[in-house]
Design a protein around this ligand. Structure first.
Ligand code: SF4
Length: 55
């Protein structure tokens, strides 16, 4: 019990892309200082979902 959920949460980042991450800034990562990232490539474990700003 629970193991599947925990694992899914742990791997949640895998369903996202750098481009969806708060730390992504035009190809570079503000958190991990990676460069040459592509917005449509799979996110890393430090993925942080962008907050939707009020419209
Ligand atoms: S924190 Fe990870 S997912 Fe987010 S931009 Fe940096 S490398 Fe990509």
């Amino acid at each position: 019990m629970g193991l599947g959920d925990a694992l899914r949460r742990k791997l949640e980042f895998y369903k996202h892309k750098h481009g969806e991450c708060q730390n992504f800034d035009n190809g570079t990562c503000k958190a991990a200082h990676f460069t040459n990232l592509k917005a449509n490539e799979t996110a890393c474990p430090h993925f942080k979902a962008k907050q939707k700003t009020g419209a």
